[in-house]
Structures are given as structure tokens and as C-alpha cells.
Ligand binder design. Structure first.
Ligand code: SF4
Length: 360
């Protein structure tokens, strides 16, 4: 078999450090926190609202979601939960594309977000006009976009993928002889191409958090902790991925910490995930994989600046005021829902196969 190649487009769509906001974590004393939590619990009931939070958001938000019948997970699972939830309002604590995905799948629901400025470097690095023009130059290729994109970019795609299902999906498409455009994450795209051998043209964007993990620092940390297992999210550079004992989505990394026999893990992903890992496996030791620079010199310091924009204060404010509602043009929504539904159907079918095998 001839190995196909991944070709990275020349123009660089990664953000410069100056384009990345500082990571500012909400600072509340215990009394203020308790008062806000009680207030938000009342508002969620009054507003018939359910809180859905991403693993990278603050521990208080995750705990509040779980205590009030909401949900904490990765982006694919958040989208799935949103379609099954019966509340008339979804409050999405995460980044903007997650709120948009919830609205695309649930147009009849009101979708609110604590902060509409909570974006993502991958989404920001994939402007729809340039992306559309690029796709139009390659009509022979199917367009696969990562979930971390705007509704308008999804509307131009044939498929949406998440890190949890990217390998399976691309393998499936490659087996049918399809050539692909992959956007926007160059690192995840390079990893998927290496694993599947698919013919892929890669958009040149990156996640500011995962791109900052450094292979040389990781080598030193591994040498100091030879007993540790290394867990890496595939948005990280290939030389970091090369040192991993396990490469996987946020959900896969959480599962690994809980289920693998090792007691120490070096983890290369947003450190917001450590809350869920520690909650499920309190006896395990978690070490942060090294990043470029420390303190004032790191860009994101291993915590997404946009995820950190979600807090208890702005969550209470949007529930009180109804502000920050996600609105999507209906024509865009109708086009964007197709590749997302294809993803959810694909995920469901694969899950059925897995369950079928287990049952047999
Ligand atoms: S962690 Fe990276 S991929 Fe996730 S929202 Fe932040 S910038 Fe985007």
C-alpha cells in the first residue's frame, strides 16, 4: 500500500501570543461562592435551565452542573447530552463553538453562555471566508472539520469530528478512498494522518494550550518519574505524542487515570481536567507535562484562557438577565446541522458495534 501524505498548507493561522488573552481565574471567597451557588441553583429551577460544563472549566462549575442534574464532559458528549435534555434552556459553560453546537442541534431551546467572548484559538484561526475559498479550490476532497469551529465553518463541511472519534472516522473515510481536507488543528491532523495513512490536506491552526507542551521538558520529567504513565491529548505536537503511553480525548484520558494500574501519571492537556481525574481517582498522583515558559512567560500556562472566562458570577448574571443568548442564522444552522448529525450517527453506530461485540 502506498502511504499517502499529510500536506500542511503554507499560510500560518496560529495565533500570536499577543492575540491570546491572559488566563484569569475567578477569585471568590468561600462565603461569596456559597451564596452564588445557592442563587444559581434557584435560578436554574426558575428558568427551567440545565447547566452543561466542559471538563476544562472551573471545579465549582463542574460540581454545580453535576449537583443540579446537568452534565460535565467533552464536546461530543456535551452535544449528545443537550439533545437528550428536556429543559427549555441550556446554559453551556465552555467555549463559543460548544454553545453554537448546542443551538444548532436544539434550535427550539434557548442556549445561554456565561461569556460570549469565550472563544478558541482553533475557531479564531479558521475564518470562514478563507476556509470556504480554500475548500472551493479542492472540490475533489471531502471536508472534515474539528468540532472547534464556528457554525459557518461547519456549514461548509461534509463531516464534523472530535478528538474522541477522529481516528475511527478518518479510517472509515480513507477506506472508501476519500481524500480529505482536515481543519483547523494541524497537530491533531498530523497525528490522525500518521495513524490512518489517509490522504489529508491540513489547515494550519493550533490550540494555544496543547501546542505549548514541550518534548525536551517531557523527556526530563519522564526520567525523573520512570514509574509514571504519560497521557497526551492529540492536539499536542507529534514529538510530545511520540512519548505517550496513551494518546486520547479528554474522556479517554480521564478513563485511563481511573482504570489503569499505574499510580503516577504525567498529563499533557489543560489542567482543568485534573479536577475530574482527581475526583474519580483520588489516590492517583497527577503531574503536569512541562510547557514552554513559566509564570509570566507562558502563553496559556496549560489552562485555556477562554475556558477560564466562565465563572459563577457571570453564570448567575446570564440566568438573571437572559443575556448572552446564542443566535445562529437559520440557513447556516440548517447546513451546519448535517455534518454534526452525521458525526453523532456515526458515533452511535460505532457504539452499537462495540456493545454488540461485548454482548456476544
Ligand atoms: S483548550 Fe485549546 S482547543 Fe480547547 S477551547 Fe481552549 S484553545 Fe480551544
Amino acid at each position: 500500500m502506498t502511504a499517502a501524505t499529510a500536506e500542511l498548507i503554507r499560510k500560518d493561522y496560529r495565533l500570536t501570543p499577543a492575540q491570546v488573552p491572559p488566563t484569569v481565574v475567578e477569585d471568590l471567597d468561600a462565603a461569596e461562592k456559597a451564596a452564588l451557588v445557592a442563587h444559581i441553583k434557584r435560578l436554574l429551577v426558575e428558568q427551567d435551565a440545565t447547566l452543561v460544563a466542559h471538563y476544562y472549566t472551573a471545579a465549582e462549575l463542574q460540581e454545580l452542573a453535576e449537583a443540579t442534574g446537568g452534565y460535565v464532559s467533552d464536546s461530543l458528549d456535551m452535544a449528545r447530552f443537550g439533545t437528550e435534555c428536556t429543559s427549555s434552556t441550556l446554559v453551556v459553560a465552555g467555549v463559543r463553538f460548544m454553545g453554537e453546537t448546542a443551538k444548532i442541534l436544539n434550535p427550539e431551546k434557548r442556549v445561554l453562555m456565561p461569556d460570549l467572548q469565550a472563544d478558541c484559538s482553533l475557531d479564531l484561526g479558521c475564518p470562514v471566508d478563507e476556509f470556504t475559498a480554500f475548500c472551493d479550490q479542492h472540490p475533489e476532497r471531502s471536508v472534515v472539520v474539528y468540532a472547534n469551529t464556528s457554525a459557518a465553518v461547519k456549514a461548509r463541511a461534509d463531516w464534523v469530528a472530535t478528538s474522541g472519534i477522529a481516528l475511527e472516522l478518518v479510517r472509515h473515510l480513507a477506506a472508501q478512498g476519500e481524500k480529505l481536507i482536515w481543519a483547523p488543528d494541524r497537530h491533531l491532523g498530523a497525528y490522525v494522518q500518521r495513524e490512518t495513512g489517509a490522504d489529508m490536506l491540513l489547515w494550519n491552526g493550533a490550540c494555544v494550550v496543547h501546542e505549548a507542551f514541550k518534548a525536551d521538558g517531557l523527556e526530563k520529567l519522564r526520567a525523573a518519574h520512570p514509574e509514571a504513565m504519560v497521557l497526551v491529548h492529540p492536539e499536542s505536537p507529534l514529538d510530545v505524542i511520540a512519548q505517550a503511553d496513551l494518546v486520547g480525548s479528554t474522556t479517554a484520558l480521564v478513563k485511563a487515570v481511573r482504570e489503569l494500574p499505574a499510580t503516577t501519571f504525567i498529563v499533557a492537556t489543560d489542567n482543568g481536567l485534573f479536577h475530574k481525574m482527581q475526583q474519580l481517582a483520588p489516590d492517583k498522583i497527577l503531574l503536569e507535562a512541562p510547557i514552554a515558559g513559566k509564570g509570566a512567560t507562558c502563553v496559556s500556562c496549560a489552562h485555556c484562557p477562554w475556558m477560564a472566562m466562565n465563572g459563577l458570577r457571570n453564570l448567575a448574571q446570564v440566568l438573571e438577565s437572559g443575556a448572552n443568548e446564542i443566535m445562529i442564522d437559520e440557513a447556516v444552522r440548517e447546513r451546519a446541522v448535517r455534518p454534526i448529525r452525521r458525526l453523532l450517527d456515526f458515533a452511535r453506530q460505532r457504539q452499537q458495534v462495540v456493545l454488540g461485540n461485548n454482548d456476544a
